[in-house]
Ligand binder design. Sequence first.
Ligand code: PLP
Length: 379
Amino acid sequence: MNRGTQLIHNGHESDPATGALGVSVFQTSTFDQGDLSAPREFDYARSGNPTRKALEEIIAVLEGGAKGYAFGSGIAAVSSVLGILSAGDHIVAAEDIYGGSRRILNTFYKRWGLELTAVDTTNPDNVRGALRPNTKAVFLETPSNPLLKITDLAACIGIAKEKGLLSIVDNTFMTPYLQRPLELGADIVVHSATKFLGGHSDVISGLAVTRTEELGQRVYAVQNGFGAVPGPWDVWLVMRGIKTLKVRLEAQEKSARKIAQWLVTHPEVNGVFYPGLDGHPGKSVHERQASGAGAVLSFRTRTTEQAIRFLSKVEYAAAAVSLGGVETIASYPVRMSHASVPPEERARLGITDTLIRISVGLEDAEDLIADFDRALRAS
Ligand code: PLP
């Protein structure tokens, strides 16, 4: 079955009891157990809910994994997956993972004894060089946020496998429609379903998928134990979003490509980052491991003032945090997604105050280009 068909036909296309073309929302906290000698599948909605179970099964099918788990946010998914590690374990992570993931590793998990080394994973040798005797996991994100750097998943996962380490991939920017890390050997995939999977900027949610049942049980123990679970309506919104993922992503990517190519030629623009652009250093690796360049790009203006003015002048893009919705969003990483990264570290990573990240929505590309041109020239 092709990936587009699978977004619709994944085991939950209709309700077996009623034929309804949608999963029911079970708005309940608990389940009447009736006869205690014959326990039911569900007993308490933190431990399991039929609506949530449907989404968990769908994402497991889409990513090609054994078990799926849903969380109350993307960062809850990341934190819960990291929760399977122990004090004294060491983790090697990409240095430009989502700022919130970096923050949880540098604060909460540091206090709980998890050691972190952040490296530039665009060169797999850096992953190998950072390994220690107590390294237990490698955490990757590609394309990276906000500079769209590309990590060779097969190469880095291969290093992890050689040493018996877990490999965890944040697949938020690509979704399983464009990239399937488990097929490349990863052990766990995480998502902010708030982004392209939900797709309409109306829900906060997260997902994790494990390669094996055994790993699934470890993640489930954290999901149930920490309890960072989503409510059934949020789960339902993500399932509805998944049904239209193909058309949204394809249209958004088409526009993103046009906009990136146009930005390259703009006199007020001082660098464009998009893995679909010729000349992007990671393009060939990305094309090998993903079937599209996605709908997120970033660019630098010439001055900080220009960047700030662009954000206030642009009309068809919300100056906002987040990405992956049908609405175009222009964000300012230094004050938004990466505000928690120390300034000197941001500067080292190239996350400058002239950098703007665009998540391209479903508006016509021509209108977005005209709008961006106006905002850039006004600035
Ligand atoms: N991972 C990536 C790549 C993200 O961009 C984000 C949020 O921007 C997250 C994880 C965290 O997701 P959430 O905001 O749903 O908690």
